[in-house]
Write a protein of this length. Structure first.
Length: 256
């Protein structure tokens, strides 16, 4: 069984996911996992290191950020290089993968109301005086209690009827709307900025009031271009990573 940190006689006080990431990085550098090969699955790594799935994902995120591996839902983590790239272009997420993220996490509602959205949050929807269903809460890993982000979700009043099932906490909000109203989210417009953390987000995420946060705003558009729902998410800067996968048009992989 693999041991980490102080169990090996050291005095390494770094977070566990960093230590696990370093061990996996060393294995890749030694050739234990060859370029093009797959790493052990998340479940296998959880069993080997006796850690949670969240810790495994954070360790793999470090390898992804370093350009060592590429992670694909359902296909595992493939080794891209034996050494970190100095200027690595992160691998990009598709719209389907964004939706998968919402499905693989859970949203714990703090409060819900019908009100006019603050124009400062979304000038695109908060300036006409129309009321929206506003839902505030925390998004967490499905199997963990560690918060990913503090979220405010604004649902177009035309679809506010989903309020009666939101408290059940099952599924992504956009999916509940699609299923009930027979519509489809065609496009998501996303903005990412760094801003001062809000008082509520600081409290929810265990951060200081003067900390910065990564603010991710999304508008979910229907086939007619109307905004079905919008969200403002505040992520702690030390637990946020955004990746993009850019491919030349017409190019094909040399590996499967």
């Amino acid at each position: 069984m693999t041991q980490t940190g102080k169990a090996n006689g050291g005095s390494d006080d770094r977070p566990q996911y960093v230590r696990i990431g370093d061990q996996l990085r060393d294995r890749i550098a030694r050739g234990d996992y060859a370029v093009g090969a797959l790493l052990p699955t998340e479940g296998e790594l959880c069993e080997e290191f006796k850690i949670s799935r969240h810790t495994v994902r954070e360790a793999l995120r470090l390898l992804t950020d370093a350009g060592l591996i590429q992670r694909r839902q359902g296909s595992g983590s493939r080794v891209l290089a034996a050494q970190p790239h100095q200027n690595y272009v992160h691998a990009m997420r598709s719209l389907d993968q964004l939706f998968l993220y919402a499905s693989d996490t859970r949203f714990v509602i703090r409060d819900m109301s019908v009100a006019v959205p603050e124009p400062t949050l979304f000038p695109e929807i908060g300036g006409d005086g129309a009321e929206w269903l506003i839902v505030r809460g925390l998004r967490l890993e499905r199997d963990e209690d560690i918060p990913i982000c503090d979220s405010t979700v604004m649902v177009n009043a035309a679809y506010a009827g989903i309020a009666d099932v939101l408290a059940e906490g099952s599924g992504a909000i956009y999916r509940l709307i699609e299923d009930r109203y027979g519509i489809e989210v065609l496009e998501v417009v996303q903005d990412i900025t760094v801003s001062p953390i809000t008082a509520q987000a600081a409290k929810s995420l265990g951060k200081k009031k003067d900390d910065a946060a990564v603010q991710v705003r999304r508008r979910y558009l229907g086939t007619d271009g109307s905004v079905i729902l919008a969200s403002v998410n505040h992520h702690p800067t030390d637990r946020f990573s955004y990746t993009m996968h850019l491919r030349r048009e017409g190019a094909k992989r040399s590996w499967v």
